[in-house]
Write a new protein. Sequence first.
Lengths: 919, 375
Amino acid sequence: VTAIHWALSRECDRDAFAEALEADGFVRVVDRPMRNDRPGEIAWKRGDAEILWTEHGMLGARLLTVSAEAARTSHVEALPRRTLAEVLRDAAAAEGPGGARATTWPRATAARGPSLVRAVGVAIALATADQTPLLAPLLDRAVATSEAAARLIAWAIAIVQRPALDTWLDAALARLPEGDDRRRSLGAVRERLARAGEFTDDLAGLDRENLRHALEQARAAGHHVRVVAAADLLLRDERVDVEVLAARALARAATGDRWGAFVDALAAAADLEDPGAIAEDLVGPLEDLVAGLRADRPSGPPPREALAILEALDGNPARSFAVLREVVDVAGIDRELDLELRFRYACAAIYMEETEIARDQARIVAAALPRSRYAAALVARLDRDEGLRTFYERFDGGSDPDFDPRFRKIAVAQMRNLAAEDLLRDLLRKRQAAGASGEELLAIAEKERSIAPDSALAWLDVGVMLTGVRRHADAVVAYTGAIDRLDRSDEILLSDVTFVWFNRACERAMCGEIDLAIDDLAEACRRDAQWVARAADEEYFDALRGDPRFEAILRGELPVDPARTDRWQEKNDAAKAATFRGDWEQAFALAKAALELATTPLEEAESATTLSFAACWSGDLEFAIESAEEAVALGADHGDRQILAESHHMLGVALHRAGDHEAAEREYESARALREEIHGPEHPSLAKSWGDLARLAADRGDGALAVDRTARGTAILAAFIESAEPGDERTEALADAMILGTNETLLRRRGGEFAAALAAAARAVRSYELFPGSTFSEQVLRGLLAELGQIVQGAPELQAAAQDLATRIERRFASGPAGRDVSTPWSRVIGELLRLRSTLGVEDAAMAPILRAAIRGEPPSPQVARVPGAAAALASFASLATAPGTTLPVMTPMAVELLGRGERGLEQTLDDLRVIGGG
Amino acid sequence: MRPEHWWKDRPDWVDALYGAKDLEEIEWLSEGASGALRDEHRASLRGGFAGYDFAPEVLEESAAGDFVPLGLLPERTDRRGLIPYRPMIVADARRPEQAFVAFDRYAPSFAWIPAGTSPGTFRQAWAPYAIAELPPRVGLARERRWFVGTVEQLGSLDQIARAMDGTHGLDGLCWGSSFDEDPWPPRVEANALAIARASQDALVQSPAAPPSISRRTIFSGSVVTVWQCGALLALSIRYRPVPHAAIYEAMNERFGTTFPTDLPIDAFLAFCRFPLAVPPERVEAALRDPAHAETRAGDAMVHALLRHDDLGKLSWLFDEILAVPGDDGRPLRDLAIGLADSFQDVSTLCAMLEVETDPQLRSALLELTSPRGGS
């Protein structure tokens, strides 16, 4: 179609034009809104008449491109528009800033005279590739007369990237004198264009759509390094995009990466026969590449990174099989990689029903790894009858820590039912169906439990088998074990296993535990009403008959479960408080209870995050990861970025502790980006993220990056602390600054930068001195003191300064709240009450009723009274806060009231009273 | 042959629909079921059903009305299959001349769709809501936008998105500004966890566009988008026009509003969540009016929010509204620089640089227009 191009003035009303066209039978066929990184486009079609409206935000140009058939429509003719020749003619008449035109922008625009700068943007956007040489006189004149125009030309060249503009650029640079600003502007673009092929730094910040765009541009320009980098990013989330794979295969081949090209090409080639799966221009080159590499296969061991795509292919066993069939045969590789490949190959072969291949590979893996649970399971999976039996007889519950976690991931992704416990469960069902004795079944179930001690299902199986052999007391223990693990289990739905309470009720009734049996029966009936009817005929409950509680249950009158009257909020808050106190066990129990009480997904997400936190610090990393993943999923589903940020952070922490640094980095970065989105880049929560990322970098051995990240966090905190009012946020920032400073001390000391380490330590100590709280992690303080010792060892000349810091730490630690004078009664009381709050783990506002009771002369509650020194502190407070001869007897109740309403913090309230009382 | 319809005092059109062979998808209600449905409608509107967010008097008016539910259309669910809607055919005593269709038993009477008196008019009226597949962006050529308020007034984008999650008539799946097109398939038959994971991908925001959250309406497949620039929030509805002028004209006359008269009713129900909505035309009028000079900076920001992807409207703002000379105009020129930079409008920044004489603004412009060698 012959196209005609025009520039449109801003008076053209796009929406009105669109409405008129569509009323006249034109159909909209393209609609891409303008964004900062790409032009907007709307296109219409009616028969052969085609119209395209483009808006280039960066160049300030609105263009209309029409087919000859559309050019004569009244809608197009009515638009004020100019051809390139007209734009160039108007631009020739435009004056530069040194001319007679108004010397301020407002006046210039008010006069509506043609602007050279605007003309440059429009002309470059409007000119087709063939017409670009026509721009030279305009560009020459613009660069000669206007620094602003030179800058816009530089941007335009970088965006448009046309050979004719490159030629002009070289000529213009040759003419401009050294040191000229215009030369600098244009030179920067020249440099950028020269490096375009290898430049990849910008890619990390792009979303998928723009990454694809960048990849296509790089491919068109033959920038292979850039293609590979863009493809790496597009493929990183375990998503397989065949076109991207094909493009990377070709680019890798072009850069000499034969193994990478081979694997990518094989993976992509699986779709070659599917028309449309791969863009036409890629098909021929890809076929040639595969043929060429098959004829001359890559030699030597493949680097692990060349095989990284296999992980993404786990979700697609057919494609995985196609690749591995060729790779395994040619790869002369080290044992570890070899076994992993073979395991993957066997899994894929099972899926593809290539049983012989699967057997061969499984045998090799199992023989090489006699203690691997998953290798053994693979063999058993291939032989469900005899193999299962053999697996059961030989299996000793061992595992191969080097391989099993890796194999588990592959097995889970590629096929279900490969876990050893699942195989045993399978065997159990088979033997049950075959009428095996209760003792034999119990033995299988016990083995199942021995290898999967955290599986609720395994405990359930044992319980059921014990019921079968009428070992009532043991069955109670097994059902209790199952119930304890139900909440941690993702293998079953709670609604599917309500029988576990019913069965335990039966067994407890048989053991004479009447009260507990009734509780269990009530719980079973609350969860599923079918158990009411079942209970009526159950002979196990004969011991309960006549008990009014049992009879009430049979009538459907269920007692209220006391636990459920507790509100989610209370449990959740208590769980959080327990995490802050470091009481992980209690935090875990409370968070679990909160999760049960949660009634909305966001409550669930919050509790799951807390649960993950507690699990993480009590060492159950697998569960911590699972809980955090669940929280992330729930947060995302409900679009709550705050919760999502915290759950990503938590997931990062758990993965970090589990040693999966790559995944942890991804999660920490997600949390950081979300926090930045929510609060802006200067918020103290960002410092936490930088601290996380720094620790991760340190653990990955990148000390320089760790220092850099720590410094970013420290800078944010310093600025915040400087400007923040006293309060919880500032206190938290000071604690974080203290931790970051300590970390930086360690990092710099390890890097041999002793003076810088000491400076970081000094910053940490300063934060500690400003920290108003009464307790601080002793571990961190000890760590900092140890670092000071190390610094002195490495740089004896710093001994005096280090000693000074150590003394300051010890003095602050001994004195309680920082800088607080403990010599007056008020300051002592304040310190003690702050400590009481921390010990109780409550919010400031929750201290109000405690203080109120004290000034009324009432004794503290047992919970408060149990805290050492609390009763004395409250008595001192009451005596000071109601001192006669001052306004305190009036003011104190009011201040406590404000504290209770959350309008003042505890420390602020006590300080207010101290001032009022003249203390 | 169907037996005679049970309603003795029925208007004639009931028989026309009741006997129609090509309306077999209608499940006609018995007298008892009809009464039960009417009671349910009343009870839910009076009991504070939260899905539709209208003033109690509006809901009461609907609840108090005399109407007869006649039949049900096939169930429609959101794309996750979680929330069912059963459209209801109604005879309204206040408007007995034709049939109406309610999206479900909870829809208040003013949002009932007039469906005429014959099978033909019924099909025609319901067609925009009985779409076979969700239209792509190009199929939703009409777009209306409004400035809906500030973050302080309405909460953050997240909070609004969450509130819209509970809006009756909106699909549960949403997506972020990285996607020009709705990235979700027509049906998402996966468990909640899988959907939650996919939602993470779908909610990715583009760094090159304002953050936004979009959703489909259930029946017409219109796209409702809320987006944010700084502390300001805007709403857009992309839709296929529907011939409901009479409904909107009556509403506009009654409430003194200026609702667009071609909005699908399900999109309108979402729009009703934003009582402070201001259309772009009002903002432009304020910018042109010298009497509004005091609020020019705020109006300019709202205009830029609403027109961020229309270069014609943006350059009008930069060249005519914010180009105020002298020291008095400095704050507005400063604002223009900030806005042009946020849209990466390098052409405007360079045009400003060419003529700006204020040293501080010049320095900012030099910084912002400096070409970067490495990026």
